[in-house]
Design a protein around this ligand. Structure first.
Ligand code: DGT
Ligand code: MG
Length: 587
């Protein structure tokens, strides 16, 4: 672990540290105040009831009697007020911590790079942001408070006992180690279980999340019974582990309870003997018997506290992992500030690339240039590395060799925000937000005026079908755009990419699901955009590629052919064979 839990919590309490310490002091003080009632009672008894001059005192010293009574009432009121204030303090600080930490973690997750998202499952991340964080809050609000309460009550009582009669206090110390041994055994036993339990919860959340978002596949294959069974299985495992963890405490509980219950008996017997031989007054014995619970209860609490503490340990490790994670792809310290609009030149210089954790290179020796305003088409069989190639331009991944330059600057030397603001990307699998069509198109520029939204929809050949929708641009397209066809979604995603008026437009098979006629329309508007724009277009259809300034043919991660439509036809290679195939189809 990068940093100790204590340090991590302390660091993040900044801004509420004083308040939290006041809470801790409050918890200590109201537990010390617990002693005042038995103390006053003992004084009362010794002065007015069983002491040598009891009868006389009662007659002549009424004043003192009332003072004692008033003191008891007053101290009880003060104690109640402190208990209330302390409870509020712990609750408010821990809620504040939870809120702040959740925002921080969400921010962290948002800014991670692709590798992070490839590593963590959504369900697991959700667990970290919800259940795990709540265990941390619980630690701040309840566990620490209970520990402080128990320790201060126990210590104060011990001190009081020592002052009253040291032999009595020693009797307790002789019994205490037995309890400690049981507690340590329990702690070791339950810690491991909490770690497993936490993994099971994450597994459960992942199963639910994946199935709910993948519900259409489940339905298409009529796999509901199987998925329900699978979830049931995960749920059962979680349930069993939960039970097992709870049972662990139950196994240890009888020993603790026996000690905790026996202790008062032993104490009362020992104390009784001291009273009989006269070394303890009746009042002191009364105070003492009224306080044996203050020794036994903290011991009873220990089990629960340790249980929760182990839960906290398992959960906080997960939270801290995200807290301290660093995106590998981030702005260089000496990154160039380039706030103005990019010209849009894209250059690959001998680029090679492989995904983290896999040795096989996906791209090899890729070299080409797209001048500002040019259109470059990329073609190649499935899996040859087209998507991987274009993902290197917005620096979603880092090249493993060579350089990608935009406007003559290595992308690693540009500020990510500035670089990406200049790139309009329509990805291969389209994701639309649960928002209106208008909101989805204006995603990259929320202040885009209505007529602009409509213009970009027109560019993307989407305005016709949007006009036919019940509420036009105000139609909400559900999670992942349920209710739209694949081609419709592609066109909205194209409009969204265009709407930021990018210097570089990257389309990853964006027109694969639209018909020939619509595609022609889109090609036409892409040619006549009202802003300068370099276009890098992955496409399978000759109708898209033939007008490009440059066509790259990618095979097995290498550029095997490069040139204009005519040049490549003359070459009679892969491109030519595709042309022949598609012309044949069209005739
Ligand atoms: P497509 O979209 O089916 O026409 O195929 P391309 O050309 O877009 O292929 P691409 O770049 O998605 O994949 C190239 C190779 O890289 C392929 O063997 C699969 C592999 N690959 C793709 N994405 C990842 C990834 O996130 N991690 C790993 N380890 N491999 C990946
Ligand atoms: Mg692809």
């Amino acid at each position: 672990m990068q940093m100790s839990r204590r340090k991590w919590i302390w660091e993040n309490l900044k801004g509420r540290r004083t308040l939290y310490l006041i809470g801790i002091i409050g918890a200590i003080s109201y537990n010390i105040l617990q002693l005042t009632a038995p103390f006053v009672v003992s004084r009362l008894i010794d002065t007015f009831i069983s002491g040598e001059n009891a009868a006389e005192n009662l007659k002549n010293n009424r004043q003192l009697f009332y003072t004692y009574i008033l003191a008891m009432v007053g101290l009880t009121l003060i104690r109640t007020a402190i208990v209330y204030g302390t409870g509020m303090t712990f609750e408010s600080v821990s809620q504040w911590f939870l809120y702040k930490m959740r925002n921080f973690l969400y921010n962290k997750v948002q800014r991670q790079d692709m590798n992070f998202y490839n590593t963590y499952r959504t369900g697991d991340l959700m667990t970290r942001l919800t259940g795990d964080l709540d265990a941390v809050r619980h630690m701040l609000a309840w566990v620490i408070k209970t520990i402080i309460e128990s320790i201060s009550l126990f210590t104060a009582t011990m001190v009081y006992f020592f002052i009253m009669d040291w032999r009595l206090a020693l009797t307790i110390l002789v019994l205490a180690p037995f309890i400690l041994i049981v507690i340590i055994l329990f702690k070791n036993n339950v810690g491991q279980k909490h770690r497993i339990l936490r993994e099971k919860l994450s597994g459960l959340n992942t199963a639910a999340q994946e199935n709910i978002s993948g519900n259409r596949v489940v339905k298409a294959f009529a796999r509901e019974p199987y998925e329900i069974e699978k979830f049931n299985e995960a749920n059962k495992e979680f349930n069993e582990m939960n039970k097992e963890t709870a049972l662990t405490w139950l196994k240890f509980y009888p020993y603790i309870e026996t000690f905790a219950s026996l202790m008062p008996v032993v104490l009362l017997v020992v104390g009784g003997l001291f009273m009989i031989d006269g070394s303890l007054t009746v009042g002191e014995y009364a105070a003492f018997s009224g306080l044996v619970w203050a020794i036994a209860n903290p011991m009873r609490n220990l089990g629960g506290v340790i249980n929760e503490f182990q839960r906290f340990k398992a959960a906080s490790a997960k939270v801290m992992e995200i807290y301290y994670s660093e995106a590998k792809i981030k702005d260089a310290d000496d990154a160039l500030d380039k706030p103005e609009r990019f010209a849009g030149k894209v250059e690959f210089k001998d680029v090679s690339f492989s995904y983290e954790g896999s040795k096989l290179p996906v791209l090899n020796n890729i070299t080409f240039t797209a001048e500002p305003g040019e259109t470059v088409a990329i073609m190649g069989e499935t899996g040859c590395g087209k998507t991987s190639l274009i993902h290197l331009i917005p620096r979603f991944y880092e090249v493993t060799g060579g350089q990608v330059l935009v406007d003559g600057v290595d992308v690693r030397k540009l500020k990510l925000q500035q670089l990406r603001k200049n790139i309009g990307l329509a990805t291969q699998d389209v994701l639309l937000y649960s928002d209106t069509i208008d909101g989805n198109i204006a995603y990259g520029d929320e202040h885009l005026p209505k007529q602009e939204v409509e213009k970009f929809a027109r560019y993307a050949a989407a305005s016709d079908f949007i006009a036919k929708m019940p509420e036009g641009y105000e139609t909400i397209v559900g999670e992942r755009g349920v209710g739209l066809s694949g081609g419709q979604k592609q066109r909205i995603s194209l409009a969204r990419a265009l709407a930021i008026r990018p210097s570089i437009l990257i389309l990853d098979d964006t027109t694969s699901a639209v018909d020939m006629e619509t595609e022609k329309q889109i090609q036409e508007s892409l040619k006549n955009l009202d802003f300068p724009c370099t276009k890098i277009i992955i496409a399978q259809r000759i109708s898209t590629t033939k007008n490009a300034d440059k066509i790259l043919v990618l095979q097995n991660g290498r550029i095997t052919e490069m040139g204009s439509h005519e040049e490549l036809i003359a070459k009679k290679g892969y491109y030519y064979s595709i042309v022949a195939l598609q012309m044949g189809e069209e005739v």
